[in-house]
Design a protein. Structure first.
Length: 332
């Protein structure tokens, strides 16, 4: 495998045959890093604990796997699967209903070596959209499959299927009914918790990956697709720079290709500053949301312009931390 440019600065693993019995091989430990999000926006006070607990559990799971040597691609898929299983979040189980009362989910996954990507949009009847996206990536013929075609691919590739209603939770049914009763203002004021989930990782071999999964926006039009399944918008990974995953108002994020903008910003600054720089681009379209990033040096960053964003960050230097408020995170 050719090293991506710039990786040399961490040195190369010495060829063991090159050492005499008297010289001790230098152990080279490359940095690992992981960032996870559980959505941005108006996270209500009574949902904060569940978000922090869910993000902390997913972060810990992913960190343990990364430390054990798992690939960035496997880790981001496993982390997002865990969040899709947690009904707290708007992804997999717990997804928002669209305007007709149906679940239509979006997900993407990307690895930064060969820039392979897989994605599904407007899919229902599968338990883990991110794993169907992973199968699209591995299959390699296409990048994005939608609707009925995506479901057929999921079936043919042996993905875990379920009745669409198996992923519906009481909270979402209540919200749907309130909207139908004409309480539209609630959608805008209270229901705008955008609990889309995502993960970005840097593994021991310098590989990066990003995964994002979402039920989309509350009360969306049937067929509406957000940023989450679009490589470059909802997620992006490039081993030469790093990886990003986004959450927020998809219509804005799509137009500024937020994830790619964030990764490109890593060319000149570390993760935290690159996240802030990318978020500034969202202003132009009056967009709202947030982004998480890892860079090649093992640093993590997060930035958001909504009142809260559920997130967890893990580095070798700082350990594991989670939170929803602006400012310092708490140790996980
Ligand atoms: N970005 C997602 C979408 O627009 C929503 C979210 O982040 O919660 O579909």
């Amino acid at each position: 495998m050719t090293e991506p440019p710039g990786r040399e600065r961490y040195g190369r693993v010495p060829f063991s045959g090159g050492y005499t019995t008297h010289s001790r091989p230098r152990r080279l430990v490359l940095p690992i890093a992981l960032a996870v999000h559980g959505g941005a926006w108006n996270l209500p006070d009574d949902e904060v604990d569940a978000h922090v607990t869910g993000v902390a559990a997913a972060l810990t799971l992913g960190w343990d796997r990364l430390r054990a040597g798992a690939s960035a691609l496997d880790v981001v898929e496993e982390v997002v699967r865990a969040l899709e299983s947690d009904p707290t979040f708007n992804a997999g189980r717990g997804s928002h209903l669209n305007a007709e009362g149906n679940l239509q989910m979006d997900a993407s996954i990307m690895e930064g070596g060969k820039l392979r990507a897989g994605a599904v949009a407007a899919i229902s009847g599968v338990r883990h959209p991110v794993s169907v996206a992973r199968r699209v990536l591995e299959d390699g013929r296409h990048v994005l499959l939608v609707g009925e075609g995506a479901l057929r691919f999921a079936r043919a590739s042996g993905a875990e299927l379920c009745r669409p209603t198996a992923l519906l939770v009481g909270r979402e049914l209540e919200r749907f009914r309130a909207i139908r009763r004409g309480r539209r203002s609630l959608v805008d004021q209270e229901f705008r918790a955008m609990d889309t989930v995502g993960a970005v990782a840097l593994d021991r071999r310098g590989r990066t990956a990003a995964a994002t999964s979402s039920g989309g926006t509350q009360d969306k039009a049937p067929g509406r697709v957000g940023d989450s399944p679009i490589p470059g918008a909802g997620g992006y990974a490039d081993d030469r720079l790093g990886a990003a995953s986004c959450t927020g108002w998809g219509e804005g994020i799509l137009r500024v290709v937020l994830a790619k903008s964030a990764v490109d910003a890593l060319a000149e600054r570390p993760a935290e500053a690159a996240a802030r720089k990318a978020m500034a681009s969202l202003r132009r379209v009056e967009g709202q949301g947030g982004v998480i990033l890892v860079d090649r040096a093992g640093r993590v960053g997060a930035s958001f312009n909504t009142p809260r964003m559920a997130r967890g960050l893990a580095t070798q230097e700082a350990g594991l931390a989670v939170g929803v408020e602006r400012g310092r995170l708490k140790r996980a």
